[in-house]
Design a protein around this ligand. Structure first.
Ligand code: DX5
Ligand code: ZN
Length: 227
């Protein structure tokens, strides 16, 4: 089953706990926490304190996406704050293998995110030590951007590389411009976790309806395209 991970970047921070509980009640699977430092990406968002608030508000897995330089500086703080998964960017980790091992030693599941310009092949040497691949389908920094069409082929190549290396069980997460229009194509290409911010928390009928409409867009989608 395809998992839905609403990104709180687009939530209403005036009542964050209520928004998180609304998506949980509507059947969301994970809560995606977009951490940005204003250096690696142009936006500055949230840190461990917000992660603590999310942890208190839900029983769902807390999925932290670190869009920061030197993410290794923050790993222990986010695990202490309640992160179940921590995803770091390949582009910010000169010692990526060690960073992934550090995440796992701290008790969280490690993931690697790739920006649109970063080849899937750059993951080859760390495939044995990751538990998620995040394919950015926008240039990271802001919600509400348009999906980059060429990303679909990259999702398929990621799925194929994982399966070729015996890691077919690793989730392929997609992040950026995911909505009921793009979602079926992404799942057909091999995506198994969909991050959605504006499509969920910006839905005119509320975040719960945002989750339900994303889920129903998948109910008619065939599974991954063969080949
Ligand atoms: C973008 C973030 C995404 C973003 C998705 O840098 O990493 O998680 O919140 O937002 P939407 O779904 O609105 O494109
Ligand atoms: Zn994200």
């Amino acid at each position: 089953m395809t998992l839905i991970a609403p990104s709180i970047l687009s939530a209403d921070f005036g009542h964050l706990a209520l928004d998180v509980q609304a998506v949980e009640a509507a059947g969301a699977d994970w809560i995606h926490v977009d951490v940005m430092d204003g250096h690696f990406v142009p936006n500055l968002t949230m840190g461990p304190l917000v992660t603590v608030a999310v942890r208190r508000a839900t029983r769902l897995p807390v999925d932290v996406h670190l869009m920061t330089e030197a993410p290794e500086r923050y790993l222990a703080d986010f695990v202490k704050a309640g992160a179940d998964r921590i995803t770091v960017h390949q582009e910010t980790c000169p010692h990526l293998h060690r960073t992934l091992e550090q995440i796992r030693e701290l008790g969280a599941l490690p993931g690697v995110a790739l920006n649109p310009a970063t080849p899937v092949e750059s993951l080859r040497e760390v495939l044995p030590c990751l538990d998620l691949v995040l394919i950015m389908t926008v240039n990271p920094g802001f919600g509400g951007q348009a999906y980059i069409p060429g990303s679909t082929g990259k999702i398929r190549r990621t799925r194929d590389l994982l399966e070729a290396q015996g890691r077919g069980e690793v989730p392929v997460q997609v992040d950026g411009g995911v909505d009921p229009v793009t979602a079926p194509e992404l799942v057909r290409a091999g995506a198994t976790v969909l991050v959605a911010g504006s499509a969920v928390f910006g839905h005119p009928d509320g975040p719960g309806e945002g989750v339900r409409s994303l889920r129903s867009s998948l109910s008619v989608a065939p599974t991954k395209e063969a080949g």
